[in-house]
Design a protein around this ligand. Structure first.
Ligand code: B12
Length: 783
């Protein structure tokens, strides 16, 4: 029986932790656990064996870090690791999973690893594992869905092994990059994993809280491999607080909830696994319930096609827009990004992205446009192109489960588009036209829809991932056209049990006051069961219909959204304002806007005023949202980068006073802390006042700072720290500097510090901002 057959009928028990057991067997801190596959293969095999003996069905190879971005000899390590695990197998029903962990690098735009380079790196490990004969692949401990997608694609492109995939979650039930459970499940399932879930993170008791939500979203078996509680340090050693008995109690609850694959992660031992295996012996898992709702996702948001119609913004499309065409020809990505931001603000749930123009390289432009938009918008995207190459390239780098616009009933279209939807995951809009054109009856359109649904199912694409667009022709050229479209909506929904969407604006083409016609047609289509609409979110008429309809149909609880919309005067102004300020550009991460606005502002506003009134206040807003869990690391990073773009321009406009050196100052952000925007501002302002600043950078150790002070004899040091966790390292630096030379003066700053705290850690001066730093320097150097 292979692992997938077992999964159909039975619980599957995974092994537990490897690292802690290796430490017990003598692995020293800093030593590579992966090398032990070669140097201590018997120990590795005996650990695997102990897990099989405890009742595990699957052991994971000791290859968590066996990735070419971390080690050189991947082939050798992976081969040895798989052999070590296979040697531990002693009976039928015991399987070896190739373990794949994160690369340790952040993918662009959060870090500098290119998506396709990540796919290639994972590919090396997958090929080695496949060749060595593992039975399945487990991709685990991922905290970024984008990296997860890279690993899954690598697994699909380099093997045909079953793929299991698990994420880590924080206490709010999201990944580090803000991916929630519905979006995570949507992406993983559409990429075709055989089982999905969570590992590591919190202990079983905390992780348990999230299991019902995973199960409510997933149509494949759910995996839960928690740590043995939360790690703590005792006498310099990492310990875990969940005993096998305690772990067992929570894991039994998790099994009752419906999880089917159960095992452990850090700190769990064969004893933990034995308890779980014994507890499950003889019992049957809950049936895996196949879900019928349609869902697409971005890296952090899932869009579920439910009662409320999904608004798909149509503005990123050159058709009939001369300004947009010009932007495409001039390679003006800012224009496209501002359309994305504007539509999101006006209430779009998703964004259509179409950049097709004969004279541009669509493969390149569409791919870049998707990358740029997904770095500033959290909305799921609808990738809209008739070029299969452009579609493939954009789907590949898309971070989530996209909607594809579109496939139609022509053979050529189905055979080009459907395999891509299957491979990269996604839902797809199916247009009811084929070689015979657009039928002029609802029955004719139904037949084409049926043909596409059948074909998609042959490719293994679920019916719920087909969203039929029965096409809406213009009423001015055919008076019956809207009626046929409305009839088609009902017929297709009832007969095929699929969702229906419409690109709606076409209906009013050629008529004056188009909004009147389009929005009235929209209300009729809503009543006939429309699930999604491609429309102009800036259109007041359309938004009025949308909100009023939701209120009238009882799908807007307490009419709350309607009230918000109407009283916000959005009804009047929705079309108008996408005006962007520097503060807003930083909050949204719009670098080019930030650059252009700063260039304008600097002509009229003193540089420090821009820093204090725009840059710092914007970063404070972002920081607060981050603290509340309303935004995540990607947004924080984009905002920080945007602030830097603005500050670079300000810097150019602050002339250094080079007439004389008023004094030397060392400046650094302390060890463990990489926040340097504030420190850099302080540096530039001090230079501006004639001081020579020796910037030692960020994440600087106390030793380096003391060394530098010794070498140069400089008597004034500025230290920056922005986190409660790094203030102790500031204190350490102060102590070391003072014990080297008690006459050195130290000024400190950074968001978490207070004057009282600064005094407590022996700093000579707390500076709340850059000007305070200048005043202190003047005082010290007496100038
Ligand atoms: C931008 C930012 C980032 C950027 C930093 C980019 C960069 N190159 O600096 C990125 C995205 C990389 C980042 C990462 C992280 N961040 Co951060 N980040 C921020 C944010 C939003 C703004 C900081 C900032 O630049 N402010 C603007 C500058 C101008 O202000 P400032 O630094 O205070 O500087 C002024 C004064 O304090 C003073 N000053 C500052 N330094 C000095 C030095 C001297 C000598 C003097 C005299 C004066 C002085 O003068 C400056 C000018 O007026 C803050 C929130 C906030 N409101 O502070 C969170 C914040 C600091 N980050 C936080 C966290 C948790 C993190 C991460 C751990 C997130 C994660 N999960 O990975 C990582 C930390 C990584 C690490 N090891 O350091 C938390 C810290 C919580 C805490 N209490 O400890 C904060 C407070 C957000 C929050 N509210 O939760 N972050």
């Amino acid at each position: 029986m292979n692992i997938l057959e077992k999964l159909k009928t039975d619980f599957v028990i995974f092994d537990g932790g490897m690292g802690t057991l290796l430490q017990e067997r003598g692995l020293k801190p800093g030593q590579s656990p992966e090398e032990w596959n070669i140097t201590n293969s018997d120990i590795i095999t005996s650990i695997h064996r102990s897990y099989f003996e405890a009742g595990a069905n699957v052991v994971t190879t000791n290859t968590f870090g066996a990735n070419p971005l971390k080690i050189n000899n991947v082939d050798e390590v992976v081969f040895a690791a798989v052999q070590n695990a296979k040697r531990a197998v002693y009976k039928e029903g015991q399987y070896v999973a190739l373990d794949i962990g994160p690369t340790g690098k952040l993918l662009k735009p959060l870090g500098d690893l290119d998506f396709n380079d990540a796919v290639n790196a994972f590919g090396v490990t997958v090929r080695a594992g496949d060749k060595a004969g593992c039975d399945l692949i487990i991709i685990e401990t991922m905290n970024d869905p984008y990296e997860m997608k890279a690993a899954i694609l690598a697994a699909k492109e380099n093997s045909s092994l079953p793929i299991f995939a698990t994420f880590v979650l924080d206490e709010g039930g999201k990944t580090m990059t803000g991916c929630d459970i519905p979006s995570m499940v949507a992406m993983l399932e559409s990429l075709g994993v055989s089982a999905l879930g969570v590992n590591c993170s919190l202990g079983a008791d905390k992780l348990k809280e999230f299991v019902p939500e995973i199960i409510a979203n997933a149509s494949v078996p759910v995996i839960v491999n928690p740590n043995a509680g939360i790690p703590c340090i005792h006498d310099g050693k990492t310990c875990f607080d969940s005993t096998p008995d305690d772990f067992y109690i929570h894991m039994m609850d998790i099994a009752k909830m419906g999880a089917r694959v159960l095992g452990g992660c850090c700190g769990t031992t064969p004893e933990h696994i034995r308890k779980v295996a014994q507890g499950l012996e003889g019992s049957e898992p809950k049936a895996v319930e196949k879900k019928s709702f349609t869902v697409v996702s971005s890296y952090s948001k899932a869009c579920i096609f439910d009662k409320k119609v999904i608004l798909i913004g149509e503005r990123i499309n050159p058709t009939g827009k001369s300004k947009f065409k010009a932007a495409l020809r001039e390679n003006n990505m800012d224009y496209i990004i501002s359309e994305a931001v504007g539509q999101e603000e006006c209430g779009a749930d998703m964004l259509d992205v179409n950049v097709g123009l004969p004279e541009i390289d669509e493969v390149d432009f569409l791919t870049r446009a998707v990358k740029e938009i997904q770095s500033v918008s959290t909305l799921p995207l609808q990738i809209d192109t008739s070029d299969p190459k452009a579609l493939e390239s954009a789907m590949r780098i898309y971070n989530g489960k996209p909607l594809v616009n579109s496939v139609n009933g022509k053979e050529e279209s189905m055979s080009a588009v459907l395999p891509l939807v299957k491979k990269y995951g996604g839902a797809v809009i199916a247009l009811t036209l084929d070689e015979g054109g657009i039928p002029d009856t609802a029955e004719g359109r139904y037949k084409i829809a049926e043909k596409i649904v059948k074909r998609a199912e042959e490719y293994g694409i679920d019916r719920r991932d087909i969203i039929v667009d029965p096409l809406c022709l213009t009423v001015s050229s055919d008076k019956n056209a809207p009626r046929v479209t409305l009839d088609s909506i009902k017929l297709i929904k009832d007969g095929l049990k699929v969702k229906v969407s419409l690109g709606i604006s076409n209906v009013s083409f050629g008529l004056p006051n188009r909004d009147f016609i389009t929005s009235t047609f929209f209300s009729l289509a809503l009543k006939d069961g429309l699930d999604a609409v491609i429309m102009n979110p800036y259109s007041t008429e359309m938004m009025k219909i949308y909100h009023a309809y939701n209120a009238l149909m009882g799908i807007d609880e307490n009419c709350a959204e309607y009230i918000n919309f109407a009283s916000d005067k959005k009804a009047e102004t929705v079309a108008a304002d996408t005006g962007i300020t520097l503060e807003k550009a930083i909050i949204k991460g719009l670098k080019n806007d930030a650059k252009n606005i700063t260039k304008q502002l600097i002509l009229t506003t003193p540089p420090l005023e821009i820093v204090n009134n725009c840059i710092i206040s914007a970063l404070d807003t972002v920081g607060e949202a981050y603290e509340k869990g309303a935004s995540f690391l990607p947004q924080l990073l984009m905002s920080a980068e945007t602030a830097n773009v603005a500050f670079d321009i300000i810097k150019e406009n602050i002339k250094k006073d080079e007439s004389s050196n008023k004094g030397d100052i060392i400046i650094a952000t302390v060890k463990g802390d990489i926040h340097d925007i504030g420190k850099n501002i302080v540096k530039v302002i001090l230079q501006n006042y004639g001081y020579t600043v020796h910037d030692l950078g960020k994440d600087v150790s106390p030793e380096t700072i003391v060394e530098y002070a010794k070498k140069t004899g400089i008597k004034l040091v500025g230290l920056s720290a922005l986190m409660t966790t790094t203030v102790p390292s500031m204190e350490k630096t102060i102590n070391q500097l003072k014990s080297f030379d008690s006459s050195i003066k130290i000024m400190v700053g950074g968001a978490v510090l207070t004057p009282e705290y600064a005094e407590m850690i022996n700093a000579d001066k707390y500076a709340k901002d850059a000007m305070e730093a200048v005043r202190y320097a003047k005082y010290i150097y007496n100038n």
